[in-house]
Design a protein. Structure first.
Lengths: 428, 164
């Protein structure tokens, strides 16, 4: 299939019910169109409020090819600007995060306050009387909004609200926060940054790969606990579900197998409540917040099991806030932030970190194998004599619930179809 | 009866021999033999984003205790670690050693490492500053603490599932 560049091209025919064309993942002109039609149009996750906790704090982010500064002004308000001097375009923010009252361009010294306005231009007498300093502040992103501390941006001036975009996914963001007795997480532990030579859409939700891609992790779980429960929870006979929430948002629901069995088998991922002073204190805080010990456990497991993809670039998995950064059709960066729970004993967050590192990061026991598969996927898709991939698993058995949510078995491709259907809508 | 402590010159030579031996085992993927070099109270730390911080509050690339080191080697020995199938081809040079004797009897070492990795058609070069706390055992040592400060630990990295 020949793909023609240009904004008028309708790419939706590359997605059919039950199969997808490999050009969706390999074609660079399609990637350029994805930047315009998805990443510069839809709401995308930008930053978390805890990355700029104090007035003057800033962090630097990337959306597609845009470098963006997120800054909490001295007035306490969070704003986001394109990281580009209005004069000749030099980036004004050099560091990934910090605290600054102003951003000064290194080229000619133009200086902007952390609220955006241009406050200093050296040797101003050589500009004419029509020079409007007031109109040359850092350009703010067209739209910025936050849901419970998660800041999203849309680079399109008009469109649906953030609440409309998030739809049913918002309730799972709520659940994610409920492992904290004050319902807050902090990204204060920093990001584990990885890259792979493959397409950004491989970082999806797949309940079918676990027993194969992550066999080594399951072997470690068996070694540690003597319990092979995790293997059973990702089979076609498990009660666990793939869930299409609409709008490309989807999740894996791994909460339905015997919780005792899974609780043991996955204990190393996030950690159970330890039998220590800190563990008992955490449980007491959670019990006080949620009314009963049973409810506290339910909230802790609920948060652990959120396993959500907020389309297009955010995932909440276990303790992780995972951000997908597409840089070309065949190159992607992933920033994984192990979220720290606010209002809990330090030891609980330390355990959360060690649990995170066990699976995730560039030297963890799980996610490097995902990226290995993604890279082999990208190589394989270049052989496109037969360009179609099969995505029909569970297609005829999927159940549409009364509220419109589509569910299938945990090994079904409900989630991939959810995302690609949304992709086709955006790329039409 | 006190054994005579080796002179600093002898100690430097012993440490140099030890570091070369460790490098060779890591390069050759001899996981079980590499694990033998570690003390049961060991910490193996590869910091992330910054070179030094409180690992209880900030994510690390690796922060292994001995149990997790055993898991790391178990996984690498299994045939299911896809990210090391095939294994990386590795060649590292350790140099610029500075050796000092601590008052607790342990030996502190600082060194630099240049590591070339070849895998899946890609060649990667990693530079790192190394710090060790070694516990003397006869004329050799057990590793109590090893820290690998990668120069690019604040950048997105690829596959570091081989032994650093």
């Amino acid at each position: 299939m020949t793909v023609v560049d240009g904004q008028e091209t309708d790419y939706s025919s590359l997605i059919e019910e039950g199969r997808v064309h490999s050009a969706v993942f390999t074609d660079e002109s399609i990637f350029e169109a994805e930047l315009e039609r998805i990443f510069y149009t839809y709401w995308v996750f930008l930053a978390h409020e805890s990355e700029v906790p104090e007035p003057g704090d800033y962090c630097r982010k990337t959306i597609g090819r845009h470098s963006i500064v997120v800054a909490r002004g001295t007035d306490g308000e969070v704003r986001a600007f394109f990281n580009r001097c209005r004069h000749r375009g030099t980036t004004v923010c050099r560091y990934e995060h910090g605290n600054a009252e102003f951003f000064r361009c290194p080229y000619h010294g133009w200086t902007y306050s952390n609220r955006g306005p241009l406050i200093g231009v050296p040797f101003p007498s050589r500009y004419g009387s029509d020079f409007e300093k007031n109109s040359l502040g850092l350009v703010p992103v067209p739209r910025l909004d936050n849901y419970r501390g998660f800041y999203f941006t849309s680079l399109a001036a008009d469109g649906p609200s953030l609440a409309d975009h998030l739809g049913r996914s918002a309730g799972y963001i709520d659940m994610f926060l409920e492992a904290s007795p004050v319902e807050k997480v902090e990204l204060s532990a920093g990001a584990s940054k990885s890259n792979f030579r493959g397409n950004w859409k491989f970082v999806g939700m797949d309940g079918y790969h676990v027993n194969f891609t992550h066999k080594s992790v399951q072997d470690l779980q068996v070694r540690r606990t003597g319990n092979a429960g995790a293997r059973k929870s990702n089979s076609d006979r498990a009660p666990n579900l793939t869930v299409d929430l609409g709008g490309g948002h989807c999740r894996l629901d791994l909460s339905l197998t015997d919780r005792v069995e899974i609780g043991k088998a996955t204990s190393s991922l996030i950690g159970e409540i330890p039998d220590t002073d800190a563990g008992r204190q955490y449980l007491a805080l959670m019990t006080e917040r949620w009314g009963s010990e049973a409810e506290a456990y339910s909230k802790i497991r609920g948060s652990r099991d959120v396993h959500l993809h907020v389309w297009p670039n955010l995932q909440l998995i276990g303790s992780e806030v995972r951000v997908i950064r597409p840089l070309s059709s065949g190159y992607t960066e992933v920033f994984g932030y192990p979220s720290m729970l606010a209002g809990v004993p330090d030891e609980m967050n330390e355990r959360r970190l060690r649990g995170y590192e066990w699976f995730n990061g560039v030297a963890g026991f799980g996610s490097p194998d995902d990226r290995e598969v993604f890279e082999r996927n990208q190589v394989g898709l270049q052989s496109d004599k037969e360009p179609w991939m099969v995505l029909s698993r569970g297609l005829s058995q999927a159940e549409v619930r009364d509220d419109g949510v589509v569910v299938g078995n945990i090994t079904d491709e409900v989630t991939q179809r959810s995302q690609l259907r949304q992709w086709a809508k955006a790329m039409r | 009866m006190n054994m005579a402590l080796p002179s600093l010159g002898e100690l430097r030579e012993q440490v140099g021999t030890f570091l070369v031996e460790e490098a060779e085992l890591a390069d050759q993927h001899r996981y079980d033999d590499w694990l033998e070099l570690w003390s049961p109270d060991a910490v193996y730390w590869v910091p992330c984003n910054e070179d030094d911080y409180d690992p209880a509050r900030h994510v690390s690339i690796i922060y292994d205790d001995y149990g997790r080191l055993q898991e790391r080697c178990f996984r690498l020995n299994s045939e299911a670690a896809h990210s090391q199938d095939p294994p990386s081809r590795l060649c590292r040079v350790i140099g610029n050693q500075q050796v000092s004797r601590g008052c607790d009897g342990n030996v502190r070492v600082r060194a630099n490492m240049i590591l070339v990795e070849v895998r899946a058609g890609e060649k990667n070069v990693y530079g790192a500053r190394l710090e060790y706390t070694l516990h003397p055992e006869g004329e050799s040592f057990k590793i109590r603490h090893k820290k690998v400060v990668l120069l690019d630990n604040d950048e997105p990295l690829g596959n570091l599932t081989f032994l650093l």
